[in-house]
Structures are given as structure tokens and as C-alpha cells.
Design a protein around this ligand. Structure first.
Ligand SMILES: [Zn+2]
Ligand SMILES: [Zn+2]
Length: 99
């Protein structure tokens, strides 16, 4: 832990990091943000942008036979063709499209 002001080493005092050079102090909670974040253990890997808003459907995953999957609509290039649903299995993260 180094002082953000003067970059000298900080010491733990009364559960606070304190810089002996300039007197700057910082709580260990804030200091933890400098440490690498622990990743949550999740079986499904989905794009973070998509995950919170994705609807789910009762469809069977061809890979693991789980019966629930997220789905998104993908526009095909040809405008006269219908949209395609892309499913993402909730259990194993497998992706497939609806034909
Ligand atoms: Zn300092
Ligand atoms: Zn699956």
C-alpha cells in the first residue's frame, strides 16, 4: 500500500492506512479496490451487456438437455427474411439458433 499523494509506503494504524510522511490516511476497505477483483463463480458465461435484460424461454439445450435458455433476436442481413432467435443455455452457456 502506497500513499497516493507522496508515494511513500503506508502503515496500518488504528485500522487505517496512514502515511508517515504526509499524514494521508485511507481505510483498508478503499485499499481493497486496488486488489484484483474476485470473479464470481458462474456456470454460464454471457456477455455482461446482455445478461440483465435477456428474456428466457422454455427450450431444450441440444448440448446438455437443460430446459431453460436466454434468447436474443438477431436480424438477418436480408430484410425480407424473418428474425432469428439465438438461444443461450442457462446451464452450460451453449448457443444455438432457432430455425
Ligand atoms: Zn504521503
Ligand atoms: Zn446446455
Amino acid at each position: 500500500m502506497f500513499c497516493p499523494k507522496c508515494h511513500s509506503i503506508m502503515f496500518l494504524k488504528d485500522e487505517m492506512f496512514e502515511c508517515r510522511k504526509c499524514g494521508y490516511s485511507q481505510s483498508p476497505e478503499r485499499a481493497e479496490t486496488f486488489a484484483p477483483r474476485r470473479k464470481k463463480k458462474e456456470a454460464v458465461v454471457i456477455d455482461e451487456k446482455e445478461a440483465p435484460t435477456l428474456p428466457t424461454a422454455k427450450v431444450e439445450c441440444p448440448a446438455c438437455n437443460h430446459r431453460e435458455a436466454f434468447w436474443v433476436l438477431k436480424q438477418t442481413r436480408a430484410s425480407d427474411e424473418p428474425e432469428t432467435r439465438i438461444y443461450t443455455c442457462k446451464a452450460c452457456g451453449n448457443r444455438w439458433r432457432e430455425y
